[in-house]
Design a protein around this ligand. Sequence first.
Ligand SMILES: Nc1ncnc2c1ncn2[C@@H]1O[C@H](COP(=O)(O)OP(=O)(O)O)[C@@H](O)[C@H]1O
Ligand SMILES: [Mg+2]
Length: 735
Amino acid sequence: MAGRPAVPPLGVKPLALLAFLALEHGPHSRERLAALLWGEHPDAAARASLRQAVMQLRDALGDTLRVTRDAVELAGPVDCDVHAFLRAAAEDPQAASAFDVPRFLTDLSVRHSPAFDEWASAKREELLRRYREILAARAREAMGRWQWRDAATDAARWLAWEPLADEAARLLVEARYLAGDRTGALACFAEFRDRLQAETGGTPSRALVQLARKIETHQGARPTRPITDEWYTWAPAFEAGLVGRTADLEILKKAWRGVQRGSGRVVLIEGEAGVGKTRLADEFLRWTLAEAGTVLRAHGYDARAGVPYGPVVEVLRDALEAPGLAGTDPQWLAEVARLLPEIRQRFPGLPEITPPPAPAEAWRLFEAVAQLLLAVAAEQPIAVAFDDLHWCDGDSCNLLHFLTRRLEDAPVLWCATLTLGELRREAPATRLCRALRVKARAAVITLGPLGEQEIWRMIREMGHVSAPTGGRRLAARLHEVTGGNPFYVIELLKTLFARGWLTTDAASGEWLVGPTPTGTADIAMSLSVHDAIAERIESLPPDLHDVLLTIAVADAGCWASVLSHVHGISRLRAATLADELAERRLVKEEEGVYRCAHPVIARVVRGGLTTSRRHELHRAIAVTLDHLAAEGGQAAPPSEIARHAEAGGERGLAYRQSRRASDAARQRYAYEEALAWLDLAAAMAVGPEESDAVNRLTAEILGMAGWREVPASVRRPEPGHREIEQQDLDLPVHS
Ligand SMILES: Nc1ncnc2c1ncn2[C@@H]1O[C@H](COP(=O)(O)OP(=O)(O)O)[C@@H](O)[C@H]1O
Ligand SMILES: [Mg+2]
């Protein structure tokens, strides 16, 4: 039993005596021991009782108990939990934390021995303190290793034994948040705050309050709705804690430390699709947020839906919520409003700026963005994240390059994920990456596949696997088939569930082998990732399948209203279908916009389309977007409408919208982009009038975009203008 030496049964007092001797080294005088245990008795009786107890112990322990006329001492070690715990505490905190310390000495209460009780409770308190220190150290250490779930477990245990410890609460809140459990984190905070208030009338530390506020304002992904039918209803979430990547996170963390010291940093995260770039960036960004950083993020999309500076606009939109924004000079804010008209709603008094901008003023827009970011960074360091940089448009790349240089001495971390294989040699992002790589304060993280052990860890965690070697063979097999690409691993697992090869135990969530592993053996494991996804898409009910196609073709995301128009269903029905796709993890939803859950999924879905079906979908999306914009509702950028209209063969619409896209680009000094849209307009123009208009605009913008008139002051006389002079006649003179 906890705290008791392993000896034959003893009476309460001899046992108490033994516990005291075991935990307090050295000889103890008989008077002291008698007073400790029989203090209420007359001296003679107390001494007699002690003598008896000592004799009992001698019988049980033999020579280990050293007894003299005046003193008693435990000479050798006795095997007891407390000693084992203290030993482990010094050598192996991992093992020490497994002891049930809170129970130590609890069953050693001795009646009528207040002195002993006092000693026992002081001893117990001392052991508990040691135990809390160990839990605290473990929680901190797990945080340091980015093992959020472990950290949360240890912090929760610590808090259970020290319910008012601010640091324990802070670690718990932070770890749960970082592990992706925003709601749980906030609930822990509220519980701690209320407890503190009720018990001490105090409030949590400033650091903890600030952390909670951060978490509150950071909108995490919406919790998915309860699931109702089919395989995915009993399939797990397929979300494992981050495995591996500790060294990579360290690189990011180091860059962030540099940023906190006040200088700009660049980190490029490279790797193939599905290897975990976005996930790594997400984990890191969540951490920076908890570290009092401002996080601004943007995404590139496969099908260049380009609004010029699209990703930069996304970054600026995030900055609308950032502290420090109001510190930007109104002139610059007005300039930024060219990219982000919403800014005028935030700051209604902004000065008007005169359209159309003169080309010589183009630098103002770049500088305005820089000024805005500088103001935000003055408040607290920023992490700017570009996901899938390889799909960023040329104008964004130029602006980005400018910003990384302009903000070199500001606390800004530029973090971009990209897949080099997606890049054409001459793509703007290729050049940008080349330029970024050689920067003095740049780091490149090349993400490789996960190892077999890491995949095993993922499976064990997702599958709540209890048997010590359970899932090892599956992990080895998955590793072999997928080459260690986590996205591919997860997709294959989904297929195994979809086929009924795997299932989950309803009570424990543990993965089990399905009851009827039907079908042709082994096929699933030889599927390519493409086939694994395609198979599940094919088996979707028709209405879900159709909605998924539209979402994939829309690529940059679409609202329920678009789905409703394209499919001729109510908005509610459209949202329900899209949500069902989200439950199947084929689609994700952010702020009312639906997209494929991963670019690879989008590609597989689009790959399965016939040309005519694709054509038809582009057309339907274009017409819908145009209609919605005309209605004054949600307005897609003209460029997006133009792109779909072109792909859907809607000539007139493509012409109109590409001209508007060109105008919009020109407003933003994005002359290359403006010209590119005019190229489309030229191709779509019908009749000489439309062609003429496009040609004239092209000439105008070409003039802005670099063709310069040579100033009069440096104009040379035109050739053939100088008169022929006598000295030019260098021939023999006639005599
Ligand atoms: N180290 C990891 N540990 C656990 N899961 C991971 C890890 N890396 C990636 N994943 C999971 O694999 C899937 C694909 O990762 P993602 O970051 O989207 O890939 P990428 O951005 O490189 O295409 C996601 O579901 C992600 O959560
Ligand atoms: Mg990604």
